[in-house]
Design a binder for this molecule. Structure first.
Ligand code: ASP
Length: 334
């Protein structure tokens, strides 16, 4: 079976079978990364551009390593060194890069929906969402699913307790979508100021008391405070109080079952959402997540590059007209 999609915008678009296919494909790539010669010819002749408008260590590096291990040509562009600093719009940057004929454009952007917006105007390029605003981060969640597949035999029937800044977390949102498809339960733990209203519609349980949510959890998934997305600093009283109420330390972890696992998408803020004694403990799978992140991105690139674009491009002038009127309607230049 092939995953069979042209773009990867989010978990929302994937069926359970497609998710499972990507996790199994990812598992098959773990071994390649452990070999002394870490190279396969799968993507020879393919070009992958990583276009990052937000900071990243794990995601950007793992897409780069994934592409290179599969023999693709990989180019990295970060907003701080690109022409966006000179006022170029996202659309112009996207069209410029697409004119160089890459097969895949991996994009991280602070605006939710930026990837879907660009895909409409770049018909010959596959687009991968490497995190768009507070919307989705599909490859992080596929990475987590691979880690739980390898370390815990999968997620079906398990309970994942996600703790922290749910309101601004694209990772939490993608997990809520994946949980509905794969049959795991999600508990969300956060102060009221860091929970979006109506989140229960995803079928999750909501807690404000972290200790009450721990018994019965199979995974404690800690989130970083997304300070870059906070519009005010009144969402929590102080770092010390936040850590006391919502930080995971050894005393709190002792409330969990012995086989409860600790995960974090990174970057961690030690002493805020997680104490070092937990982050560095045998219960922590944080570095497994990093290793599996490379394997999953190999799987995603393989799935995308295996498909030749099917749609025939509409004339550029038409696409451009459509983009400009969309931007005018939003009153901004993306
Ligand atoms: N790395 C994750 C993301 O890009 C989580 C985080 O940044 O806190 O969303």
């Amino acid at each position: 079976m092939s995953a069979s999609f042209k773009h990867l915008f989010g978990i929302a678009q994937l069926s359970r079978q497609q998710i499972e296919h990507l996790v199994h494909l990812g598992e098959s790539f773990i071994e390649l990364s452990r070999r002394s010669v870490k190279k396969a010819p799968t993507l020879r002749g393919k070009t992958v551009i990583n276009l990052f408008f937000e900071n990243s260590t794990r995601t950007r590096t793992s897409f780069e390593i994934a592409g290179k291990r599969l023999s693709a040509d990989v180019i990295n562009i970060s907003a701080s060194t690109s022409a966006t600093k000179k006022g170029e719009s996202l659309l112009d940057t996207g069209e410029t890069l697409a004119a160089m004929q890459p097969h895949v454009l991996v994009i991280r952007h602070s605006i939710s929906g930026a990837c879907e917006f660009l895909a409409d105007f770049l018909p010959d390029t596959s687009i991968v969402n490497a995190g768009d605003g507070a919307h989705e981060h599909p490859t992080q969640v596929l990475t987590d699913l691979l880690t739980l597949h390898v370390q815990a035999g999968g997620v079906a029937g398990k309970t994942m307790t996600i703790v922290g800044d749910i309101a601004h977390s694209r990772v939490a949102r993608s997990h809520l979508l994946a949980a509905q498809k794969l049959g795991y339960k999600v508990r969300l733990v956060a102060p009221k100021t860091l929970l979006p209203r109506g989140i229960e519609q995803f079928g999750c349980e909501v807690f404000h008391d972290f200790d009450a949510a721990i018994p019965g959890s199979d995974v404690l998934y800690m989130l970083r405070m997304q300070t870059e997305r906070l519009t005010s600093n009144c969402c929590f009283p102080s770092i010390r109080e936040y850590h006391e109420a919502y930080g995971l330390n050894a005393a709190r972890l002792a409330l969990a079952a012995d086989d409860c696992r600790v995960m974090h998408p990174g970057p961690m803020n030690r002493g805020v959402e997680i104490a070092s004694e937990v982050a560095d403990s045998a219960r922590s799978h944080i570095l497994d997540q990093v290793e599996h992140g490379v394997a999953i991105r190999m799987a995603v690139l393989t799935a995308l590059c295996g498909n030749s674009p099917e749609s025939s491009p509409s004339p550029r002038s038409k696409r451009r007209e459509k983009a400009e009127s969309a931007m005018r309607a939003q009153g901004k230049l993306l």
